[in-house]
Design a protein around this ligand. Structure first.
Ligand code: IMP
Ligand code: ZN
Length: 352
């Protein structure tokens, strides 16, 4: 007698092998991990002035919007994760969280950060993170493989952006696979980064860009400048005209879509059923569900898949097609593409 197919519930979404391509390292640190770091620091320095993370970022609070989200990093999390020990502790915890959620391939991104009073240069920051990624990948008991994308912040100067490209080139053979443009979309003039992104593309480094996150960063001029850099993938892709959508489809650019982040931060009008995932999933481009900042919005990738299944009525066949379509847009190359194709073709969850 045939067994009844398992329901597409949250347990199914956890078991589903998942690809995560848009996750900011510092934004992916859980409140619990921040709290552990805070406790460890307090033991070392009882006069520590920083508030408990569970007070500063209350558990369950996810309604951070464009005005409250960015200051959370500059005024709190960066002050807590400000030495090699806390960078190592949090990076390991982030990798473990993604892996236990069923992520099999992760491209983590981070903005190189200098911490002068700890003698940490941007180079040392990147070197530290990448050594942990390497350690993770070399442990054969880990089912997830992880690669690094370096972010240029919109508030960076052109010289700082060039420094990020230098670091990407330097650490390319160690696992840096791409460059990102991120940061407060209400800030900065993206045109100053044209040279830096051109240099990255010229040496074959892949490019992903935060794109049309808010109306102010979605002017025709800005979006045409960003598309002229020939990005390989785009994040968010919210405020785009039909003409812009057509250009993205023509160039077959992958889109990284973040349901909960966009809903909680009120970046889209309405709620989950109104999310533009509903439009993009019917397009021909690679569409990848991503978390963005799971530490802040508290929705792991399994939950994002479950939300998509629920609100867009996806069946197993549609999910499989979506997962397999995303493989072509990963930055690390043919070996990982083959591994992921194998994982999806052999996964017994499609038929049980
Ligand atoms: P980090 O780069 O590992 O330090 O991760 C945190 C940083 O990522 C923040 O300070 C922001 O600059 C950036 N970031 C996180 N989420 C977003 C987003 O949704 N849009 C743009 N930038 C973001
Ligand atoms: Zn992002």
């Amino acid at each position: 007698m045939p067994t009844a197919a398992a329901p597409l519930d949250i347990a199914f979404a956890r078991r589903l092998p998942k690809i995560e391509l848009h996750a900011h390292l510092t934004g992916s640190i859980s409140r619990e991990c921040l709290h552990d770091i805070w406790e460890l620091k307090r033991v070392q320095d009882p006069s520590l002035q920083l508030e408990d993370p569970l007070v500063a970022i209350p558990p369950g609070k996810v309604d951070y919007d464009i005005n409250t989200f960015f200051p959370l990093f500059s005024s709190y999390i960066y002050k807590l994760c400000n030495d090699i020990a806390s960078i190592k502790h949090s990076t390991k915890a982030v990798l473990s969280d993604f892996q236990s959620d069923g992520v099999v391939y992760l491209e983590l991104r981070t903005t190189p950060r200098a911490i002068p009073d700890q003698n940490i240069t941007k180079d040392l920051y990147v070197k530290t993170v990448i050594s942990l990624l390497k350690e993770h990948n070399e442990d054969q008991s880990n089912a997830m493989r992880v690669f690094l994308i370096l972010s240029i912040d919109r508030r960076n100067t052109a010289t700082e952006a060039e420094e990020v490209i230098d670091l990407a080139i330097k650490y390319r053979s160690a696992g840096v696979v791409g460059i990102d443009l991120c940061g407060d979309p209400a800030r900065g003039d993206v045109r100053i980064f044209t040279g830096a992104f051109a240099r990255a593309k010229a040496v074959g480094i892949k490019v992903t860009l935060h794109f049309a996150e808010i109306a102010e960063s979605a002017t025709d001029e800005e979006l045409h400048t960003l598309l002229s850099w020939q990005p390989n993938r785009l994040g968010h892709v919210i405020h785009v005209s039909d003409e812009m959508q057509k250009a993205i489809i023509r160039q077959n650019i992958g889109v990284e879509l973040c349901l909960s982040c966009n809903v909680h931060a009120k970046m889209i009008a309405g709620s989950y059923p109104d999310h533009h995932f509903g439009t993009w999933r019917h397009s021909s481009v690679p569409v990848v569900l991503c978390t963005d900042d799971v530490g802040v919005f508290c929705s792991p990738l399994s939950k994002e898949y479950h939300l998509a299944i629920k609100h867009f009525d996806l069946d197993k066949g549609q999910l499989k097609e979506l997962c397999e379509r995303a493989i072509g847009s990963i930055f690390s190359g043919i070996n990982e593409q083959s591994r992921l194709n194998m994982i999806y073709s052999e996964w017994e969850g499609w038929v049980t």
